[in-house]
Ligand binder design. Structure first.
Ligand code: KG4
Ligand code: ZN
Length: 338
């Protein structure tokens, strides 16, 4: 698997829609600058402890038009000024993707402009280019989200090669599942991160996965937390929640950092980067800076608004595809492998 990035992507004005999971987001990019990035989050899922796909698609239907109007008005761009309409093609929840794809197609037909279907994972990494117009290459990049964990080598020709990925749970999923076991609300990542800041990371020796080569595994640590909770009383767990979160977080982040260090040892690497929802994690952001400093290389960390799902990253990826006339036919079925 590979991704082709394009550093120079400044000749277009694009409206982009992201609706792959539980956030409805619309962004406008103009000459490489993000003019608007509106995100409408869905709170309806919190009571269920996770995203309910049917509720997510219905919420997208409610949010999509107001979000488009808000993005257009914030950016002071009118529909005829757009060069293309972009949308998340996948991976994601079927019903949620359908809402974004169909509205994108409708607008594209209405204004007679091309359509650009974007891969969500490619877009998470492309977001690094929003704030860093120049990236030192080769770059070792971790893509860590709720559904995916990959380590990617972005070569000097801007081609990103996926060297490894998770064999089971994603890093964000491991955070969310831990939160569920600890009776914390969804999404668990931000809360585990917050509690961990007051805790001792050495309190519980959770296993740090270490598969050969560049693959990851995060299902073992979740099981290990389950057994730990079964062995201890709920009052002990409540009294030591900060320490348990700190230890659990530490094991996940150490596994991620170890793989980056292995890649730095194995190949010539000029920089490291992180992307995806888990790149908002405080410890990961800190550790990335340490790793870069220790190895005397550059580090790229996205702004918080470009870590979790957002349409600015779709807009940036679409602007790269626009450079190469990578358009999507209106007749393209919504669910195609991308
Ligand atoms: O990229 P994203 O918004 O959606 C997917 O493409 O999956 O990532 C969402 C994931 C969730 O699992 C969430 O718990 C995690 O990112 N996340 C965090 C933090 N903020 C979000 N994980 C750890 N620490 C955080 N601060
Ligand atoms: Zn995502």
């Amino acid at each position: 698997m590979s991704y082709q990035f394009t550093p120079n992507y400044t000749n277009s004005t694009i409206l982009a829609i992201e609706s792959s999971c539980d956030d409805t987001s619309v962004a406008i990019i103009n000459q490489g600058n993000i003019l608007a990035n509106v995100v409408a989050s869905q709170v309806v899922h919190q009571q269920w402890g996770g995203v309910v796909p049917e509720l997510a698609s219905r919420e997208h239907q409610k949010h999509i038009l107001p979000t488009i109007h808000q993005a257009l008005s914030l950016s002071k761009i009118t529909l005829p000024q757009l060069d293309a309409i972009a949308y998340t093609q996948g991976p994601g929840l079927a019903g949620s993707l359908l809402v974004g794809a169909n509205i994108a197609k409708g607008i594209a037909i209405g204004i007679n402009k091309p359509l650009i279907g974007v891969n969500h994972l490619f877009a998470h990494i492309a977001a690094l280019f929003i704030d860093n117009k120049e990236i030192s290459l080769p770059c070792a990049c971790l893509l860590v989200s709720g559904g995916h964990t990959q380590i990617i080598l972005i070569q000097e020709n801007f081609k990103g090669i996926v060297l490894g990925s998770t064999l089971d749970d994603a890093a964000g999923e491991a955070f969310d599942k831990a939160a569920k076991l600890l009776n914390l609300p969804y999404p668990g990542g931000p809360l585990v991160d917050k509690l961990a800041q007051q805790g001792n990371p050495d309190f519980v020796p959770f296993p740090i996965s270490n598969l050969p080569k560049y693959d990851f595994s995060f299902s073992g640590i979740k099981t290990s937390l389950l057994y730990y909770l079964q062995k201890n009383t709920s009052s002990f767990v409540q009294n030591n929640l900060n320490h348990i979160c700190a230890s659990y977080q530490n094991a996940i982040i150490t596994a991620l950092i170890n793989k980056l260090q292995k890649l730095i040892n194995d190949q010539t690497i000029a920089s490291i980067a992180i992307a995806g929802g888990v790149s908002a994690n405080t410890l990961l952001r800190k550790q990335i800076l340490h790793l870069a400093q220790n190895n005397k290389i550059a580090a790229y960390i996205p702004h918080f608004q470009y870590c979790t799902d957002n349409a600015a990253m779709i807009a940036c990826a679409a602007a790269m595809q626009f450079q190469h006339n990578q358009f999507t036919p209106i007749s393209q079925p919504i669910f195609t492998k991308c």
